[in-house]
Write a protein that binds this ligand. Structure first.
Ligand code: MLT
Length: 269
């Protein structure tokens, strides 16, 4: 892990491989470690920049003093990281919250992107019921810590086949969530809860875009990803069969191949 000072805290990140730069932005309440299957394979093709977002993983100390990190604040951190590395443009790959942050990033820093890969994410805000559930989780995390997030999230992260056939992956993600600080989870989840509706942005997206969705994702369903892709001019959509929300881990081989093919076809990289 390397560290760089961004917006007043030390952001931990990995910088691996050579070639066109690709930024991998993790979900909630996870860390850059969720990209391990991509780090192993994609780093043979591209230069991967894999941060732990503010308040999470080894960037835990960066938690916002006001107890809430907006998607815009995460995007500001990322652009500071890219500035620190001297990277003018990247292909941005974001999964779930990483995708919510992608929209904030696009809003402010579109010129820094040469491709957008939106994985298991949605452009819409939380539904009213979703927001109630999110604040309930935040309250429980305040009371009992990260294990409340495990209880809410882990039963929803994977496809049925993954729970059955890959208990090691389920255990790995459980352990990753358990390691997060309550303050980090609360700050990010509170930011996610108040994120704006990014749907109006979609028709104006002018960078090559790939939407990837897990067939059995119950957190950000593939039907919504399909609608989202249809609203982005020229966007491609790939639905990965037999996987859930963590498509990049549940079928890493197929996920990696889809990303490699898409990025290799782009003349802009
Ligand atoms: C994530 O994976 O980033 C979160 O599950 C997203 C969410 O809860 O909306």
């Amino acid at each position: 892990m390397q560290e760089v000072l961004v917006n007043g805290f030390r952001m931990a990140y990995q910088d691996i491989g050579a070639g066109a730069p690709v930024l991998l932005v993790h979900g909630l309440p996870l860390t850059g470690e969720m990209w391990q299957p991509q780090i192993e394979e994609l780093s043979r093709h591209f230069r991967l920049i894999v941060p732990d977002l503010r308040g999470l993983g080894q960037s835990a100390a960066g938690v916002s003093p006001v107890g809430i990190t907006t998607m815009e604040a995460f995007a500001d951190d990322l652009v500071d990281l890219l500035d620190g590395l001297g990277l003018e443009k990247v292909a941005y790959v974001g999964l779930s919250m990483g995708g919510y942050i992608a929209f904030a990033f696009y809003r402010k820093y579109a010129a820094r992107l040469n491709a957008l890969l939106l994985c298991d994410t949605r452009s819409g805000p939380d539904t009213p019921e979703g927001r109630v559930g999110r604040y309930q989780m935040i309250e429980k995390v305040k009371q009992v810590g990260a294990k409340a997030a495990v209880e809410v999230m882990v039963p929803r992260l994977f496809a049925p086949a993954t729970y059955q056939n890959n208990p090691a992956l389920v255990a790995h993600l459980t352990e990753m969530i358990e390691r997060q600080t309550p303050a980090g989870i609360i700050a990010a989840a509170s930011g996610v809860a108040i994120r704006p509706d990014s749907t109006p942005l979609l028709s104006g997206i002018s960078v090559p875009t790939l939407v990837i969705a897990g067939e059995h994702d119950v957190i950000t369903p593939s039907a919504e990803a399909t609608e989202m892709a249809a609203k982005i001019p020229g966007a491609r959509l790939v639905i990965i069969p037999q996987v859930g929300h963590m498509s990049n881990m549940e079928d890493a081989g197929l996920f990696n191949q889809i990303v490699i093919n898409f990025l290799n076809e782009l003349k802009v990289l």
